[in-house]
Ligand binder design. Structure first.
Ligand code: MSP
Length: 644
């Protein structure tokens, strides 16, 4: 294969399983990839950013069955959720691969056949402990427990002993080549602690790997032996080749392969750092540059995952704040390799202190002063004093560090450094007190110099922030009167005084309004979707059911709750009295449509205060795609009638 040009950069995310809708953990990997990809583009590279969905295998087969769908129907639904989320998060990928696409399936079969002919894949009998949830055979060293079974160390699920005829990949033959490769490429796996983990695992010895199943129908059939389907990981890993045109766009494939970085969560390190390079060696492909394993987002100190039922839906945050604050928080809060605990308190604190106070105020006051004192146009400035020169020096040293941190994928360090520079500028303004100078006409040029310097720093700050907060950075850039889109800038060429004298500065609009934590938590609680009932449905007794007093009510009056999109305040006649209730139905029904409607109300539910209004009962509604649909009666029923 021809050597790829140094000016191209190929980055991937894992492809996500379609057994469930995306949560903040999935969003995290994709946001990191998007920020790195945007940084590389601003550094002048030709970037290809691949993401997609992993659609075969037992997990998807099982989830579809539970929902009464065909696996492909479930996949089609979940893919839309992923694509919508990436759009809402401003993720700008170049291609979205689905492993059910025929170009992918055909290539996987063809590579399988090639390795079989070469002798790297052979048929045999496998017996081992298999975890249905993570879809892999447990390592031999996982101990047998008292009941005579093994438990998956990754997800805690009971594994099952499986014995079946299958095809093996000769992983054992690649132990030495892998170890040689790691020692020549010590940064293949990053961070370094993860490289050590991989090396010591491989040193313990590698067994051949079972790469087909006869028990899973939903997979790519083995060529000429269709009772066997290809193991979902063998199938999925090859997306990194097929997604950039392997066998369907030769020039693109040659341009971008090998990948510069496969970004993954630490849960799937072995698949990427051991199996994947071994498969590639066997098929004769050059190996990727880096596998970067990031940590996990935890909720209540446990990894956020569907099986634990502690996932956070990013949509509530996105609808309230837009993409940038969430992107900023996820990338700033934890170093890329470590785990972090997600809390709304931590999130709101970052918005208020870093975004609203430090950055938002700097933009607001600098640009407002330029409006007020110079009509938006600084044309003349005094000479540079010592403190002005110091600011310039600070910029030079910060720029060097910021670019280096970005290059190293140390996004939180890059952001820390950007904030340290923002605070230097805030201190510069506080020390020079331009608002006082404005009172003295003879100081006009000095005032011009200080405000020009501050505005010039906003220009470079917006450039540095673009990979992480593309929307807000572009806004700052536009306030400054720049006409070229920010994404066409080159980060390394960003100069301190790139701002032209006489450039017309626009009136700023607020970027990050402060958030009231208590109000937000209240709102969040009313909107958070109920936990998904997974394996076991929780049953209640008839006596428990009987405790609920359900009645027919008539909505007499309805009005929207100010400042919300969904909430409606209603007066409901429940036969014996009139009650005030608040319900999240304004996105489906206009208040006037509600008036006169008969509804089912739980009347003995403890009142709850929503947006300062005491809600004395709750309406029943069907939930369809997050929207509440009110059921109706097919005959007239009086208010107060009991519902059983
Ligand atoms: N389909 C496989 C990957 C195949 S890649 C060839 C898979 N899918 S997954 O949907 O279960 O998870 C994919 C990735 O989502 C994880 O590796 C990780 O990058 C991300 N995360 C899922 N939960 C996460 C957290 N709670 N925290 C951070 N990232 C997490 O594995």
């Amino acid at each position: 294969m021809a050597k790829k040009s140094k000016n191209t950069f190929y980055i991937t995310t894992p492809i996500y399983y379609v057994n469930d809708i995306p949560h903040i953990g999935h969003a995290y990997t994709t946001i990191i990839a998007d920020a790195i990809s945007r940084f590389k583009k601003l550094s002048g590279k030709e970037v290809f950013f691949l993401t997609g969905t992993d659609e075969h295998g037992q997990k998807v087969e099982k989830a579809a069955k539970e929902k009464g769908l065909k696996p492909i129907e479930l996949a089609d639904q979940v893919v839309v959720r992923y694509k919508d989320l990436w759009k809402a998060l401003n993720v700008s990928y170049d291609f979205f691969i689905r492993t059910t696409e025929s170009f992918h399936e055909k290539s996987v079969q063809q590579i399988f056949q090639q390795l079989k002919q070469k002798g790297d894949i052979y048929k045999g009998i496998y017996e081992g402990w298999y975890c249905d949830s993570t879809e892999h055979f447990l390592a031999e060293d996982v101990p047998l427990e008292k009941g005579g079974h093994k438990t998956c160390p990754e997800c805690g699920t009971k594994a099952v002993l499986v014995s079946e005829e299958c095809y093996f990949f000769k992983l054992s033959a690649y132990q030495k080549p892998l170890l040689d490769f790691y020692s020549k490429n010590p940064t293949f796996v990053r961070p370094p602690s993860r490289m050590n983990e991989v090396v010591s695992f491989v040193k313990q010895g590698l067994k051949d790997l079972s790469i087909t199943r006869t028990t899973v129908a939903w997979g790519i059939p083995v060529p000429d032996d269709p009772d066997h389907t290809i193991y979902v990981w063998f199938d999925a890993l090859h997306n990194y080749l097929t997604g950039i045109g392997y066998k369907w766009d030769k020039s693109r494939f040659q341009k971008y392969w090998p990948a510069d970085v496969h970004l993954i969560g630490k849960d799937i390190l072995r698949f990427h750092a051991i199996f994947w390079p071994a498969f590639l060696m066997a098929a004769g492909f050059p190996l990727p540059q880096t596998v970067f394993g990031h940590g996990w987002w935890l909720k209540d100190e446990a990894k956020m995952s569907k099986s634990k039922g502690n996932v956070l839906d990013p949509h509530i945050i996105l609808e309230t704040f837009g993409a940038d604050p969430l992107r900023y928080f996820l990338l700033r809060e934890i170093p890329v390799g470590l785990d972090g605990n997600f809390s709304h308190e931590g999130f709101i604190h970052r918005i208020n202190s870093d975004l609203a106070n430090d950055l938002g105020n700097l933009v607001q006051r600098t640009l407002t002063m330029i409006q007020n004192y110079f009509n938006g146009k600084i044309e003349e400035i005094g000479r540079e004093e010592k403190e002005d020169q110091n600011l310039r020096k600070e910029f030079e040293s910060s720029k060097e560090k910021i670019l280096k941190f970005y290059e190293d994928y140390a996004l939180n360090r890059a952001l820390e450094e950007i904030w340290s520079f923002i605070n230097t500028v805030n201190r510069y303004l506080a020390a020079n007190e331009p608002w006082k100078l404005a009172k003295d006409k003879s100081q006009k040029k000095r005032l011009g110099r200080i405000l020009y310097q501050a505005a010039a720093t906003l220009r470079v700050i917006s450039g540095f922030l673009f990979p992480v907060m593309p929307e807000s950075s572009q806004k700052i850039w536009d306030f400054l009167g720049e006409d070229k889109p920010l994404e066409e800038e080159s980060l390394s060429k960003l100069k301190f005084d790139g701002l032209k004298l006489g450039q017309v500065i626009k009136k700023p609009t607020p970027l990050f309004p402060r958030v009231d934590l208590k109000e937000f938590l209240k709102e969040e609680k009313t909107r958070q979707a109920p936990p998904q009932k997974e394996e076991k449905m929780e049953m209640i007794t008839f006596d428990e059911f009987k405790k609920m007093d359900l009645r027919v009510g008539e909505i007499l009056k309805a009005e929207k709750v100010e400042g919300t999109d969904k909430l409606v305040k209603m007066e409901v006649d429940i036969g014996t009295e009139k009650r005030t209730m608040v319900a999240g139905v304004a996105d489906v029904y206009a208040p006037e449509e509600l008036e006169g409607k008969k509804v089912i109300v739980i009347v003995n539910l403890q009142p709850a205060v929503i947006r300062g209004i005491e809600s004395q009962g709750m309406l029943l509604a069907a939930e369809i795609e997050g929207k509440a649909i009110i059921p109706s009666f097919d005959t007239d029923v009086p208010s107060g009638a009991k519902v059983r």
